[in-house]
Design a binder for this molecule. Structure first.
Ligand SMILES: Nc1ncnc2c1ncn2[C@@H]1O[C@H](COP(=O)(O)OP(=O)(O)OP(=O)(O)O)[C@@H](O)[C@H]1O
Ligand SMILES: [Mg+2]
Length: 315
């Protein structure tokens, strides 16, 4: 296994030559350019390849014994099983050569969506989400995710912080650690459902493709579950993009995906915020610069939504 890059991602030239040759043969043209897009925190190769004939593909690759390979294979199986019209790129192929695994995906062309309130992108994203959960997941999708435990169902953090409260935890949170730990403990029992769940909705896991409009990428955490998971996950991202927290808290109170099961959506928001609070305080993992700083910001955004939900008198 190669040494992980101290910062940033593996590059196309880090991929063993036999796998690069296999991809060029399979895609039918030599690779003339490989660009690593901004976004994400992973250390694997995630690059847009341009071929000599002008076509482009997106490829994710890592050593086969790297845990990210299991995630990439899961994503490949998900992409191959999503229903027609789902907001996702198509799977092109999977290649395993020289103890590395590459998943090739249709290339999307465009920036990440703008989640700020000046943009029409948030409205489009809510519409995509509403459509995604408008009917149960089709059987091929359910089969594709069945053997992978739901990451969303396992999110937690408050119980661990309660056992050893960090000194930098703000007093209003410290005083409520018992309440938060109790709420997050309820979440796994409510995390079940038969709907498609992307499981990691952030702006950098979406591309506003010039032809298709906003499209969700990075389906590595996809699972089945209740509608509240993606809706609640999106909410702190909107706060991070500058929406007033009270507007987003109100939206969560009203939106069908979250309003129909208030306990589940509150429990999930609690678990997600606890996950961020706990992980933000862990040592930084290699090859993932910026992850802890992001988790600190996300943890604060989660709290701004949780306060009103739990009727905290927050100043
Ligand atoms: N099909 C695609 N076409 C074009 N660009 C893409 C495509 N899929 C992803 N990207 C871009 O590449 C970046 C990294 O891809 P992705 O999020 O799938 O990788 P990752 O390593 O799993 O990231 P993370 O660290 O979020 O887990 C995305 O933020 C996005 O900008
Ligand atoms: Mg990503």
């Amino acid at each position: 296994m190669p040494v992980l890059p101290p910062v940033g991602r593996l590059r196309w030239t880090d991929v063993p030559a036999p796998l690069r040759a296999r991809l060029e043969t399979a895609l039918g043209s030599p690779v003339t350019d490989a660009v690593t897009p901004a976004g994400g925190f992973g250390h694997q190769l995630a690059a847009a390849l341009t071929l000599a004939d002008g076509r482009r593909f997106f490829v994710k690759a890592a050593p086969t014994d790297d845990p990210l390979t299991a995630a990439n294979l899961h994503e490949g199986a998900v992409l191959a099983s999503l229903p027609p019209g789902a907001p996702a790129p198509e799977l092109v192929g999977i290649h395993q050569v020289a103890d590395w695994t590459a998943v090739v995906i249709a290339h999307l062309d465009g920036p990440h969506p703008d989640l700020s309130s000046d943009s029409s992108d948030p409205g489009q994203i809510w519409a995509l989400l509403d459509k995604l959960v408008s009917s149960p997941a089709p059987p091929p999708y359910t089969a594709a995710v069945a053997s992978t435990p739901s990451g969303a169902a396992g999110l937690h953090g408050w119980a661990i912080l309660l056992a050893n409260p960090p000194r930098d935890l703000e007093p209003r949170v410290r005083h409520r650690l018992h309440e938060l730990a109790e709420l997050e403990a309820v979440w796994p029992g409510l995390a079940h459902g038969d709907l498609i769940v992307h499981g990691d909705l952030r702006a950098d896991n979406m591309v506003r493709d010039h032809d298709r409009g906003v499209t969700f990428v990075d389906w590595a955490h996809a699972t089945t579950g209740p509608a509240c998971i993606d809706a609640v996950s999106l909410a702190p991202q909107l706060v991070l993009a500058g929406h007033p927290p009270q507007d987003i808290a109100h939206l969560l109170d009203e939106h069908p995906a979250t309003a129909t099961d208030l306990l589940a959506s509150t429990a999930f928001l609690t678990a997600l915020t606890g996950h961020w609070h706990r992980n933000a305080r862990q040592p930084a993992p290699p090859g993932a610069p910026g992850l802890r700083a992001y988790q600190h910001r996300a943890a604060a955004a989660g709290l701004t939504l949780l306060g009103p939900r739990l009727n905290w008198n927050i100043g």
